[in-house]
Ligand binder design. Sequence first.
Ligand code: FES
Ligand SMILES: [Fe+2]
Length: 342
Amino acid sequence: MNAWNPALYRSWFVVAQSRRLKSKPLSVTLLDRPLVLARLQSGTLLALDDCCPHRHAPLSAGRVTAAGLQCGYHGWTFGADGRCTALPGLAEHACQPAVQVGSLDVMEYDGFIWVRPEASGSLGSQDLPAFLRRLPPASRRFIWSATWKAHAVDALENFLDPLHTHFVHSGLVRAEGNRQRVEATVTRSAGVLQVDYRGQPQQSGWLYRLFESPRELERAHFAGTAAGSAQLEYRYQDSGVLYFTLHFSPVSATLTQVHGTLHVENRWAPEWAVRTLAWPFLRRVARQDQKIVELQAANKTRFRREAGVSTELDLVRPSLDEVWAVPARPLTEHTRRVDIML
Ligand code: FES
Ligand SMILES: [Fe+2]
């Protein structure tokens, strides 16, 4: 499936960790579109189609010069807006042809390079959803990346759905046979989804017992303006807050880059402690999710299936489908409450 919902082209996506983009150009692919990222000598970021208009060499095989990103084949050079700024070999009086490479909006935020396929000219984190903008940068404890052989929307749904945790992370996140009634409030407004889970201060899994204290609230966030990003926010009665944020970047319909962060607020959590104590458990949870989502992807291909049967317990999928499904499935604003046994 190469058709993408057009809403995705107006959305910001994480495409790389900032630290990976140094002086050399970097090749990435988003929504089946091969791109080159570069940090120009002025500090400006550049995101262009990774194809030189001259003889189609990949621009990511070139280098950054004072004039911009230089193709490694004949030296044509391009600025951040994709226009050709230098064409080696042209005599001084010769007219420089007006050539341009497709460009994307690009910015850096919270340790990542973000791009928006349909350039709108407004470049800043003010376009990101509120749940991403309020992340306290100084509180980040770790950042990680992986590649999943699955569609991004299935990976997103997996991250935001609590009902798989008893099975996929059995004993680690929640335990089957120890369910409690939880009130879930789903709020949908202007392309933003928020799900609040109340009524489960204590969890049945080991992760809770080892690292958490009584919870006040678990909240899930998603918004169409950063359609690959989602967040789980855990607020504790002792005023601590954990923010797990995952960014799913669709390379293609069958491959997704995953970048994650954990921000911790008002809680003792030195970096060494998170890395040595909590991280091995979290990595295990991530591997368990990756395994089931990859099995799901392979089976959908085997049976040629797309959407599945949903019930009122599938709280987030309709909001995800609004920007991910082809054709689009528009949603109206609403608030609804559902009791779930978690
Ligand atoms: S192919 Fe890029 S300059 Fe010739
Ligand atoms: Fe999971």
